[in-house]
Design a protein around this ligand. Structure first.
Ligand SMILES: *[C@@H]1O[C@H](CO)[C@@H](O)[C@H](O)[C@H]1NC(C)=O
Ligand SMILES: *[C@@H]1O[C@H](CO)[C@@H](O)[C@H](O)[C@H]1NC(C)=O
Ligand SMILES: *[C@@H]1O[C@H](CO)[C@@H](O)[C@H](O)[C@H]1NC(C)=O
Length: 579
């Protein structure tokens, strides 16, 4: 995923959970008994609130549970998948912001490793490469098609990107294992770990998807899908997908029509977590928008022994301080899937106090409850929770001045804004512009935005504003039968396949929608379907998630096998489902 992903919540330590299960169950039972006894006399009335999306997610019959168990028991498959992910990680498909569209120069050395990755994939997935249709899009993008026998059924699409965030050369020797080593280690609690840039983001999902299909082609040669299967793989997701996904999208739209795809699964929110005693999976059904703005300020030069009261650097500081002095408001609305996520946790939790549970239940009806809930979430979850509910701005770049005794004639600075689900590019850009205009008026400066003059240039100088590729918040994927099958497949996969071996007792999984604060290649796929799910199966430790885009990226390999097994199951489920 582009830009740093911060895990929303504490993940569940599975093996330890298993070891301590009996003990903790007993302790919980005692605590619950004492607690119940003490409050029976004055229990506040429970409020249930309106029905939530998670209430109507049920296990589905379409998921082939026995076949999935067999896949997960296949030790040879496990070993092969491990080796294939190592191979993929060892190809350093780093992408820099400066990358030039291969349409202009496909032989640029920046793209050499992508060629090698394609050769490696062809070698490691021989059935996919020999039996399915492989299309190369804009030199390094891939569309792999397994045609369905019934063309009236919309195909399902699985997406993953080939590129990885560059490893900063200064940090190279901070890695415990070489960044592209694909080294393996054993962790007593988490099993085999695989190390290297891209091991989690996103070669895990790429190899997982391809292995699920390779397995079907080799182990189930009798299987002929009725519904088509499309794998789409971009190669510049980490810099916005403008060369990869942006070229793949129109080809698929032309081929299948607008809304011609049943559903898209792409990278996103990871796996299953345990929060307030609730096991929850939360596919991203929405994604914040983005607005990048360069602000250039030009002022007269001169010797700095005779300066004006404010140099361009000083005025830039005013603009930055003006913008930073006010946050965008945080909102807890029905429109934002994240409000479903937290209400689902509150409703199903036995550890959250009844008073707080009642507030969550009434949050959309009572303004008082709504603001208490928002405060509670931000107080307990901190910034990373707050960002799910409001727009943000971050000044990330500044350049200006050339000499110690010369007045700076130009200062350029850059602000990266992420747009809340309820807001828009227009609202965020107008807010920023209003602050810049205020400073321009105060210091009598001109303002030109995207070539349009908003205030004439003056002898004091001029602001020039430039933005690139603004992105509205993604349309939220609806709660419909396609969602029911997808969310139900996750529930079935964990409750019937994974939990029975991870826990001594059956456990229930709540599946609720959530959002991504960062963007994915799906930003280019909106026309293909309304049913976009940003989800990555698996269990991962918080330590692991914090290494994504950073030093020591690694993955606990069981997570990759969850991807293989889940994708395999979902392909079967959508194939037979009447949707
Ligand atoms: C898988 O790999 C492990 C470790 O290298 C090895 O001990 C085991 O025999 C392999 N299993 C199969 C079925 O190939
Ligand atoms: C194709 O699928 C549609 C929708 O489920 C169904 O009505 C039709 O009978 C199928 N056609 C064939 C040839 O199976
Ligand atoms: C989506 O479709 C609209 C027209 O319906 C078109 O203007 C737009 O460019 C398409 N978007 C993408 C990303 O292809």
């Amino acid at each position: 995923m582009s830009s740093d992903y911060i895990p929303i919540d504490r993940p569940v330590p599975f093996l330890r959970a298993k070891r301590n299960w009996i003990l903790s169950a007993f302790a919980t039972f005692l605590v619950v008994c004492v607690y119940q006894a003490s409050r029976l006399a004055h229990r506040p009335p429970a409020v249930h609130g309106p029905p939530l999306i998670c209430d109507s997610v049920h296990t589905v019959e379409e998921l082939p549970v026995h076949k999935i168990r067999k896949l997960l028991d296949d030790k040879a498959l496990y070993n092969q998948t491990l080796a294939k992910l190592q191979n993929a990680v060892r190809v350093p498909t780093e992408i820099y912001d400066t990358a030039v569209n291969p349409e202009i120069d496909a032989q640029d050395k920046a793209w050499a490793s992508f060629k090698i990755l394609h050769q490696q994939l062809a070698k490691d997935f021989p059935a996919v490469w020999s039996q399915l249709d492989i299309e190369i899009v804009n030199h390094y993008g891939l569309i792999i098609t397994w045609a369905g026998s019934n063309s009236t059924l919309k195909p399902v699409m699985l997406a993953a990107h080939q590129d990885v965030v560059p490893v900063e050369r200064k940090t190279w020797n901070k890695w415990q294992h070489e960044p592209f080593s694909g080294d393996l280690t054993e962790d007593p609690e988490w099993g085999t770990l695989l190390w290297g840039r891209g091991s989690f983001d996103d070669k895990n999902q790429l190899i997982g998807i391809l292995q699920a299909i390779e397995y079907m082609l080799t182990e189930e040669p009798e299987f002929k899908p009725e519904r088509g299967i499309v794998v789409a793989s971009g190669f510049d997701e980490e810099i916005g997908g403008h060369f990869g996904a942006a070229y793949i999208a129109p080809i698929l739209e032309e081929r299948y029509g607008k809304d011609g795809i049943l559903s898209i699964i792409d990278e996103g929110v990871v796996g299953v977590k345990e929060i307030e005693n609730v096991m929850i999976a939360a596919p991203g059904t929405g994604e914040k928008g983005r607005f990048d703005l360069w602000i250039h300020l030009n002022t007269p030069g001169g010797h700095s022994s005779v300066p004006p009261d404010h140099t361009s650097i000083g005025i830039a500081a005013k603009v930055i301080s003006e913008i930073e002095s006010e946050k965008f408001p945080a909102l807890f609305t029905e429109q934002n899937p994240e409000s479903q996520y937290y209400r689902c946790i509150a409703k199903n939790s036995d550890s959250i106090s009844p008073r707080v549970k009642n507030d969550f239940a009434r949050a959309m009806q009572s303004p008082g409850a709504n603001s208490r809930v928002l405060k509670y979430l931000i107080d307990t979850g901190g910034k990373k929770t707050e960002y799910l509910f409001r727009s943000t701005h971050a000044f990330d770049l500044i350049q200006g001045g050339i000499k110690a005794n010369a007045l700076p004639e130009t200062v350029s600075f850059f602000v990266d804004s992420r747009i809340a689900i309820e807001s828009s590019v227009a609202e965020v850009s107008e807010t920023l512009l209003a602050k810049i205009m205020k400073v321009a008026e105060k210091y009598d400066l001109g303002v030109t935005s995207e070539g349009k003059e908003l205030r004439p240039a003056t002898p004091n100088g001029n602001f020039k504003l430039e933005h690139s590729h603004p992105l509205e918040p993604a349309p939220v994927s609806p709660d419909n039968e396609v969602w029911s099958l997808f969310a139900g497949s996750i529930k079935t996969f964990y409750e019937d396949v994974i939990f029975p071996t991870a826990f001594a007792e059956p456990k229930e999984l709540v599946v609720a929608p959530s959002i991504m604060t960062a963007n994915t290649d799906t930003a280019h796929y909106w026309n293909l379907t309304r049913n976009i799910y940003r989800y990555q199966p698996g269990f991962a430790m918080e330590d692991t998630l914090s290494t994504i885009h950073s030093v020591d990226e690694h993955i606990n390999f069981d997570t990759v096998m969850h991807v293989v097994a889940f994708m395999y199951g979902y392909i079967h489920a959508v194939n037979t489902a009447q949707i």
